[in-house]
Design a protein around this ligand. Sequence first.
Ligand code: SF4
Length: 312
Amino acid sequence: MNSLLKPTSIESCALCPRACGAHRAFGDSGVCGAADALKLARAALHMWEEPPISGERGSGTIFFSGCPLKCVYCQNHEISTGNFGIEVPAERLVEIMFELQDQGAHNINLVTATHYAHLLPHAVSQARAQGLAIPIVYNTSGYERVEAVAELGDVVDVWLTDYKYASDELGRELSHVSDYPDVAERALVQMCKEIERRGGALSDADGMMKRGTIVRHLVLPGHADDSCAVLDRIWNAVGDVPISVMNQYTPNAAMRVAGGLLSRAVTTEEYEQVLDHADDLGFTTMFWQEGGAVDESFTPPFDTTGVLKPSA
Ligand code: SF4
């Protein structure tokens, strides 16, 4: 079987569904902003993931620079579009995992690693061989190739995946891809298959997730109907999976200037419409956010904390 996730995959890159063919291994950058070197923006404990991920001590988040999607409203635009970060050797990834474990992280949370997935099987197997004991969380936009998900099936323990849109048109307008809903659905089905293959979801005695899937959906202002359609697609594709319905949308500077629906927050009515629909469908594990969750604390400072080796 041909492997997708190997170092030579970036000679003519097709790691993500864009398959833009960038010659990254020879120094060119792809649509995602990545070239040959690993680039990271931050590595630190993060308290604002879902409770079974952040727990009391925090999730050990590693933010990868760049992103294959270019969502116009992105809260992390400095790193997703701006490609902010520091280039480090691939071996540094393993060191960072141990530093986060030593800080007490409940897990290693790889945030938007899609375009660096070719490095993950080796890095995680090295870390496991050296004693990394905490779960690997793969925190993704959901825009993933099925082949990549399948190859990461024994590398990733928890899939924390977005499902952003049900409408192709919204995907085109807001993330510049024509096939988001179908791609995200196929990827999600594969994620759930991988978890089942490994024995199903698993939590520890404190309710921390050791293995499983959480599907995230950020409700966008003016698009509650599409959010309900997203929930329909999730339910029809994989049934009663844990979901996280978020109302933390905050207009970034570009959206405030552009005006229109995405220049405001989500209303209580819109959010309740989506939560009610999730209830009606029958989802039994649902995370939601209380109050007007427009809060900058959800977005950590991208200041390269933890990226470089600590000086002795
Ligand atoms: S991961 Fe980046 S370089 Fe590779 S196909 Fe996707 S956008 Fe292109």
